[in-house]
Design a binder for this molecule. Structure first.
Ligand SMILES: [Zn+2]
Length: 222
């Protein structure tokens, strides 16, 4: 039987982790980013966060009365909900498939919601809010696809040079940092969207969630 109390503790502890630290956690997972100097990394993080926030502000300015679901609809998104089985090594909450498809896996949300029901006195964000956070994240990727010059896509780095040939690549983590800032702004959440990694993993695999928690704490306290 999985108890909710450890999750409550992770949540409380992680609320104080700021967006820069969450971004460092994301960037640390990106192999290419490890080749970039510390100063450059900080600039990249700051600009990717700004980019996500600005995109959200623009949309909110254009459509002040629409929530994230209506905004996704406006942008032409085709949302599909499925209940994919999850396994321990790999769990996907959602995916964006160009040009317009957003697939959302309902299983982690359902398990999270079941866990919340076991203790109504616990203060954790409701699963419908987590759904909107996920949707906002994927919506940012859709907007990126529609706007290839966007900062999070246009920053290219030299991977290797050989005989005058220069191979460049964009940094995947910048897109994720932008998506985090975007969905946070669109949904006006007081918590980082990256908290979902812990919140939604825990009901399915508490050990893995504990590892993610420890990893984030490690980055945040560095
Ligand atoms: Zn993403």
């Amino acid at each position: 039987m999985i108890t909710i109390e450890p999750l409550q503790q992770y949540y409380q502890e992680l609320l104080s982790v700021d967006d820069i630290s969450w971004s460092k956690y994301l960037l640390a997972k990106d192999l290419l980013a490890n080749k970039i100097s510390v100063e450059d990394r900080e600039t990249l993080i700051r600009k990717a966060l700004e980019c996500g926030k600005e995109q959200a502000e623009e949309l909110k300015f254009k459509y002040p009365h629409l929530d994230v679901e209506a905004l996704a609809d406006r942008q032409g998104a085709k949302i599909q909900i499925s209940c994919d089985l999850t396994n321990d090594s790999f769990m996907r909450f959602a995916e964006y498939l160009p040009p317009l498809q957003i697939n959302i896996n309902w299983t982690p949300l359902k398990e999270y919601s079941k866990l919340l029901e076991t203790n109504s006195s616990i203060e954790l964000p409701p699963s419908n809010l987590l759904y909107r956070v996920i949707l906002g994240h994927e919506l940012f990727h859709l907007i990126e696809e529609q706007n290839q010059n966007i900062y999070t896509r246009s920053q290219k780095f030299v991977l290797w040079k050989f005989w005058g040939y220069c191979h460049q690549s964009s940094i995947r983590a910048l897109s994720e940092i932008g998506a985090m800032a975007f969905t946070k702004e669109i949904n006006q959440t007081y918590f980082s969207p990256l908290l979902l990694e812990v919140l939604l993993t825990y009901p399915i695999n508490p050990t893995k969630a504990a590892n993610i928690y420890a990893e984030i704490q490690g980055v945040a306290n560095r």
